[in-house]
Design a protein around this ligand. Structure first.
Ligand SMILES: *Cc1c(COP(=O)(O)O)cnc(C)c1O
Length: 417
């Protein structure tokens, strides 16, 4: 049986998969079962921050695996403490505390639990717990029941009713709609500074400012989902700093790029006081309130430590910005009728497609069709909605590799059918 036949027979068909099976990687390159070579601008969907087979990440994982793979959170885990320190001191730059889990959806669920505990500790005027979380149209927060209920896309929720109650979805970048959605039950606002799956849409600085002001006025938590945009991807260590450097979130979720391919997720909670000067926000998640067997184990934390240290030491955010400029300059020089615009920041870029020029075939959206054509020409790039493809390469992708990817994109657009 071929890999593809085994997939049909044994694997739940929850993904529409492209017809290649990568088996080996080096830097920004992948090779499939037939030794065909691809330039990887998918990056495992913004995951492989250092590219494939990075010597520091490989050494950290194999070294830690040979020393101590796993240890329960009933005990103190030095790598977890060190990783939390590195993230807070060198990446977030605001005092807080971190919980480690295994994925983005789990991190989102953690934020929802934080919001509910906070809303319980700070009820409305009638003493009723506040529980509502406001999220946004086209958002994506993950696939657990909690995270998909938070997500502002009906296609993600189809058939899973009843959803977790307590979410309101309002138009993104619409401060007035946000203000009008706030009720006495509202406890938090959750947003992606850069919506990834929803088509690469950046929050506007004014909108973030308005969200922060509304949170202060109504005693709400400002929670950021940085699962896709965090850890250098947008050209800053934290995604929101690419938009509004002074923003002070109450909580942040991460996953994807922080492990470079090793599964790890986390959320951070601000040390700020709530109510009086004795009670920091993090106290709402005290002993027994949350947990994860695997979360933050020695192996996962050693991997993430290697990834984040390398992002900092090699100043990969600067490379992300240089490559963004290269991509934007080159694409705008084409004046291609099939491209409407380039959105996003750093190496979280969405290329908008003009579907009147690049007409979709009968059976699929333009974005997916274009991704298939790119793949045939040796370039991996993921879609984001029907009218956008994304460039999410390794943060250390070179100028020459970027030029090669752009050349494939140009020739594929020129021969689009
Ligand atoms: C991918 C993603 C998630 C979900 O992460 P998983 O690790 O797949 O659970 C959540 N939020 C955002 C913004 C994402 O891009």
């Amino acid at each position: 049986m071929t890999t593809s036949e085994k997939f049909s027979r044994y694997v739940l068909p929850t993904y529409g998969r492209f017809p290649i099976a990568p088996v080996r990687g080096q830097g920004s390159w992948l090779w499939d079962e037939d030794e065909v070579q691809y330039l990887d601008f998918c990056g495992g969907i913004a995951v492989t921050s250092l590219g494939h087979n990075h010597p520091k990440l490989t050494a950290a994982i194999s070294g830690q695996a040979a020393t101590l793979l796993h240890c329960s959170n009933l005990y103190q885990i030095p790598q977890q403490a060190e990783l939390a320190e590195l993230i807070i001191e060198k990446c977030v730059g605001l005092p807080g505390k971190i919980f480690f889990g295994n994925s983005g959806a789990e991190a989102t669920d953690g934020l929802i639990k934080l919001a509910r505990r906070f809303g319980g500790a700070h009820p409305d005027k009638n003493g009723q717990p506040r529980f509502e979380v406001i999220t946004f149209h086209k958002s994506f927060h993950g696939r657990t029941l909690g995270a998909l209920s938070a997500t502002g896309q009906t296609k993600i929720q189809e058939g899973f009713a009843p959803l977790l109650p307590g979410f309101k979805h309002v138009p993104f970048n619409d401060a007035l709609a946000l203000q009008e959605a706030i009720t006495p039950q509202t406890a938090a606002i959750l947003l992606e500074p850069f919506q990834g799956e929803g088509g690469v849409n950046a929050a506007e600085a004014d909108f973030l400012l308005a969200a922060q002001r509304l949170c202060k006025e109504h005693n709400l938590l400002l929670m950021l989902d940085e699962v896709q945009c965090g850890f250098g991807r947008t050209g800053k260590m934290m995604g929101w700093r690419s938009i509004l450097p002074d923003l002070e979130p109450d909580a942040i979720s991460w996953a994807k790029g922080m492990g470079g391919g090793f599964p790890i997720g986390a959320f951070w909670v601000n040390d700020r006081f709530i109510g009086d000067q004795q009670t920091p926000l993090f106290t709402v998640l005290g002993p027994g309130s949350h947990g994860s067997t695997y979360g933050g184990n020695p192996l996962a934390c050693a991997a993430s430590l290697a990834v984040i240290s390398e992002i900092l030491d090699a100043d990969l955010p600067a490379n992300a910005l240089a490559r963004e400029k290269q991509i934007r300059d080159e694409i705008s020089s084409w004046n291609h009728p099939g491209i409407t615009e380039v959105r996003g920041s750093g190496l979280l870029l969405g290329i908008g497609l003009n579907i009147n020029v690049l007409t979709p075939p009968k059976d699929k959206p333009t974005s997916i069709h274009l991704c298939s054509l790119l793949l045939k020409n040796g370039l991996l790039a993921p879609p984001a909605g029907p009218e956008t493809i994304r460039f999410l390469p390794a943060l250390n992708v070179s100028e020459a590799e970027t030029a090669a990817a752009l050349k494939i994109l140009k020739s594929t657009l020129d021969t689009y059918e």
